[in-house]
Structure formats: C-alpha cells, structure tokens
Design a binder for this molecule. Structure first.
Ligand code: S3P
Length: 435
C-alpha cells in the first residue's frame, strides 16, 4: 500500500492478515457524550472518544455555544456541563461538516433553546433529507426553516418553547428518534417516538445513565422532559461500524486470523455479526462485558467460506452503516445475496447502493441495484483496477477490504474522507497486512 497522493491510495493484495487490532471509539456514542455532557450539571469525563472529523464538528458546535471542552489525552476529554438552559446563542453559523448526526440531533436540541442558530454542512450533507426532522420538530411548535421548503440544509432555527408530542416516525432512524427526544428534553411532559423497526438506542441508554426518565416499549420510546441531567464518566467502546471492515477483511483473506478488541456489540448495532455468521463466517465473541451501559466484546475472526443469504426487515437498521462492506463479503461469497428494505442506503453520505454497484462492478463483481437494495452473485476472486470512494468514508474503506484478496492492486481515489470516522485506518490496515 502506498500514499501516492493526498487523495489516492493503492492497496495491494494482502500476504497475510493476522494479529490484533483496536478500532477507534464509536462515532454515535462520541457525539452523544458531548451533547449530554454539555447539557448536564458538573464535569463529564469521556474516554475512548473518537477524534474523527464528524465528532470534532459536534465538539466545535458546543464550544461555539459557550461550553468548555478540554482534551485530556489522545482520546479523552472533559466537558464542563452548563445545564439544560445554559447554552448561549452561537455568534456564527454552526458547520456540521459531513455529519448527519451532528445536524439532525443538534436541530432537535436547538429547537427548544431560546436563541437563533443556523446549521450548515459540506456539499454532501447539504444534499441529504432534513424534512424527516423538520416535520416532527415543527409539530412540536419549533420554528425551523431550510432550503427546498425545509428539505435541505442550511437550516435556520429560532428556538423557543415546544409542546410534547407522540411522533410515529415513518423511517427507522436513530437520528430522527434522537432529534425528537433531544427536543423533548426542554419540554415539561412526555415525548413519545415510535418507529417501524428499532434503530440504534444509544441516546436512550446514555440519557438513562445521565438520569433522564426514558422508557423503551415495544415499537417505541418515551421521555419525561425537563430532567436534571448529572455529569457522568463515559467510556466509549470501539465502533462496530469500524470493526466491520476488519471482520470482513478477516473472513475473505485466505489464511487470516484476527482479533478486534473492545468492540461495542449493542444489539441495535450488531446486525453485522448476525449477517456474517449467517453467511458462514467464523466469528467468536470473547470477554463480553458492559461499559457505560453498553455491551462490549473482543471479536475473533478466521478466514471462512462464505455463502449468499437474504437480508431484509429488522436486520437492516441493525447493520445500516455496514452494507458497503457487506456487499464486499457478498461479492466473494458462493451464491446470491439479496438485500431488500434498504432504501435508506440511498440517502447516506452518498447513494450507497449506486456507489457500491458502480465500484464493485469495475472490479468484476456481479452486482445489480434494486430500488431498495442490491442483488449480488459471488465470484471466486475480484480483479484489480481503479475505483472511487464517491467522497464517502465507508465506501473508501469497503473498497480497501475488497482489494485485500483481489488478483491485482486496486487504486482508490478520494480517500481523505476516511478521516470523518476512522483516523488511522490506512496505517492500521498496512500494519495488519504486513503482520
Ligand atoms: C446514526 C444513525 C444512523 C447511522 C449514522 C449514525 C446516529 O443514521 O446511519 O451513521 O448516530 O444516530 P439514521 O438514523 O439516519 O439511520
């Protein structure tokens, strides 16, 4: 592997893949640690924090709203909480960069704050749908505007007092659910969100740890507003979405045996483990434990013969960020993999159905787009070639995994985007390939 230019990287087939890796902290939990730490009373200490660009955007936004946040180590920080009503009006536009979580969760939180704010993002984020949060927030009485009638950022929010609602979200989205719950923090009374399938529940778990009354029920969750949030020590586990690249790399690379340490295995996120196991992958969960209300394990993976499966329904939100790398596993499995009910993939950092179909096809994969997913027929081996990340971190890393067992080198264009969720990815991959 080399670093021939800032953006372009060439990944050569791996000679071996053995040893241990630790992946950086969970992106979703890191965002929420800053948000809840800022709204709590007292000093919240966070360790295992992901110092990726997305989380730094959240960090900067809270600093701009008057919160003191200090870095105390390579992945640790302290947040001086200002309480539920202690944020101040930012003096400038808040730039969420590439981060949908920053923009959507912050919108919910800001809807109930008594000041004006504007949220923008990079060219990818400004194309993503925002009506999904504008609609429920407006129903709570929020004054919120965006381009295209509220569908696109920049968003402008004049915060104020809101009403509690019961919102039936048409999509299984933790960002929508969390936006409504964070708005509900500012309102006396009960805010309820239901969703068609359970999305990741990190907000619910962390709100509970900070002292809020959050009650999950079958199909939804309720929150009692105006809680006193108390500062906590938060230990962020490794991100299963980052571990996923090494899990698939271990499964598809001949002779591989790899342990990924300290991975969050929250059941709303662990669909990747179930999917890869159903495909015939040898994965072992070791040393299962709990940290800061989240289950954690080490995962041992060995090269396996994979077979195609059907993926749909409840499983989709449980693995929503892993479909680019799942499509790589499927491209190398025996038989056909069908992915359905995954229209949400079209509105991620990029359209991940079109992006993976386009790029995997260049490497000789048999893959076809469907409106709500993909159909992939496995081949024995992928070819080398030249591919592009489409500016999407998870596409870039998935293509790197595809390259490890390809016939020839794969050159990936536009790779700097991996900084959004996985600083150090290329170095880690390089180390493990040479092991
Ligand atoms: C996230 C929720 C998911 C996921 C995203 C992070 C979160 O998005 O794709 O990477 O932290 O809440 P949706 O809620 O839109 O599915």
């Amino acid at each position: 592997m080399n670093d021939s230019s800032f953006l372009k990287r060439t990944v050569t087939p791996a000679k071996s893949l053995r040893g241990e890796v630790s992946v950086p902290g969970d992106k979703s939990i890191s965002h929420r640690s800053i948000m809840l730490g800022s709204l709590a009373e007292g000093t919240t200490r966070v360790s295992g924090f992901l110092m990726g660009e997305d989380n730094l955007a959240t960090w900067k936004a809270f600093v701009a709203m008057g919160v003191s946040i200090h870095q105390t180590g390579p992945d640790s920080l302290e947040i001086e909480g200002v309480g539920l009503d202690g944020l101040v009006e930012p003096g400038d536009v808040l730039d969420c960069g590439n981060s949908g979580t920053t923009m959507r969760l912050l919108s919910g939180l800001l809807a109930g704050q008594n000041f004006f704010s504007v949220l923008t993002g990079d060219k990818y984020l400004r194309k993503r749908p925002m009506k999904r949060i504008v609609t429920p927030l407006a129903a709570m009485g929020a004054r919120i505007w965006g381009r295209n009638g509220g569908e696109r950022a920049p968003l402008a929010i004049q915060g104020g007092s809101l009403n509690p609602i019961t919102y039936a979200s048409p999509v299984a989205s933790a960002q929508v659910k969390s936006a409504v719950l964070l708005a509900g923090l500012s309102v006396a009374g009960e805010t309820v969100v239901t969703e068609p399938h359970l999305s990741r529940d990190h907000s619910e778990r962390m709100l509970t740890c900070f002292g809020a009354d959050v009650r999950p029920f079958d199909g939804g969750v309720s929150l009692v507003g105006r809680p006193r949030l108390m500062a906590q020590d938060v230990i962020v586990p490794g991100d299963i979405s980052s571990a996923a690249f090494f899990l698939v790399a271990g499964l598809v690379t001949p002779g591989a045996e790899l342990t990924v340490r300290n991975v969050g295995i929250n059941p709303t996120r662990s669909g990747i483990i179930d999917i890869l196991t159903a495909m015939g992958g040898q994965l072992e969960l070791l040393n299962i434990r709990e940290q800061s209300g989240e289950p954690v394990a080490d995962i041992l993976v060995r090269h396996s013969r994979l077979k195609g499966i059907d993926i749909s329904g409840d499983m989709v939100p449980r693995a929503i960020d892993e479909f680019p790398v799942i499509s790589v596993a499927a491209a190398l499995a025996e038989g056909t993999t069908t992915i359905c009910d995954a229209t949400e993939l079209r509105v991620k950092e990029t359209d991940r159905i079109e992006a993976m179909v386009c790029e995997l096809s260049k490497l000789g994969a048999q893959v076809e787009a469907r409106p709500d997913g993909m159909v992939i027929s496995g081949v024995e081996q992928l070819n080398g070639g030249k591919v592009s990340s489409h500016g999407d971190h998870r596409i870039a890393m998935s293509l790197a995994v595809a390259a490890l067992s390809a016939r020839d080198a794969v050159t990936i264009e536009d790779t700097s985007c991996t900084e959004t969720s996985f600083p150090g990815f290329w170095e880690l991959l390089n180390n493990i390939c040479g092991a």
